[in-house]
Design a protein around this ligand. Sequence first.
Ligand code: UFG
Length: 326
Amino acid sequence: MKKSTFLVIGGAGYIGSHLVKALIAQQQQVVIVDNLSAGSASAVLGGELIVHDFDDRDFLDKLFSETEFDGVFHFASQIVVSESVKDPGKYYRANTAATLTLLEAMRDHKVGPLVFSSTAAVYGEPLHTPINEQHPTNPLNPYGRSKLMVEQMLADFDRAYGQKYIALRYFNAAGADPQARIGENHEPETHLIPLALQAISGKRPPLQLFGRDYDTPDGTCIRDYIHVDDLASAHILAINHLINNGKSGIYNLGSNHGYSVSEVIHTAEKVTGQEVPLTYAPRRQGDPASLVADASLAKKVLGWQPEYTSLDQIIQHAWAWEQTRT
Ligand code: UFG
């Protein structure tokens, strides 16, 4: 990639920090804007970190007047599905309204293109699996709707103002930097793999397995886990596609393989050599039985080729990262 200057909003968070790492490895100039409400400065392995809310129009006007960006990545968002049901205002404000402020500032300063973090949650309960991008969208909660609304704004801004974008619908982001410098660090943590590993290391209570009565071979939910470094590489391909005059679009990012919660637990036990302390709990509200990506479009159009295709390796990296933490 030619030398460029990129803005990474939410670059101190889990997925954003892995993109920053990848951009820096390619000697790109990187400016990170993150208010550190969920991210951490220590996760930013290079570039210039500006600690600020991204949805402050005066701040964005100044930033865009001072620095010419070749592209923008937008990761910052609220991500806890259950919280979005109880407090939808927070989600529409942080995920949808804040992004509108960003899009308007980008439009007015002619900044672009944009790669946006979307989610498999836009599909809701799947009608078939694997899920390709043509599958109808029917999000089951405000979190998914707050992201889908942004996708709709992006399409409208492209049509009206010619602002180019790619929205990437992540399935289950997992794993960590293979050198264990950065990894998943949510608070609250709601995700299966870190909760299972932290239950093993005694940092958290036993894992609650939510539901064993799903219509799946072993009765537990099936998800598609994709390595966070592979998500990062897809972002770089996406921005290059747009910089090279490729079309705006929406792409799934997943591994095309589904693993059940029980399989994830067994793999965690194999990788760590320890048992996952476990309790059984009823279904968690709003969890679809099975979500598996058809990510062939990203492979075909963007040339994406995930590197870490085994769940063992994903969990090995997550475990190495867990062990670096106090
Ligand atoms: N699970 C448990 N116990 C836990 C946590 C999770 O049994 O303590 C189960 C869930 O029920 C689910 C699976 O593990 O079946 C995966 O759950 P995660 O919370 O790790 O991930 P989700 O699939 O619920 O959510 C992820 C992203 C969301 C996004 C969603 C899209 O974190 O942001 O994928 O499907 F909305």
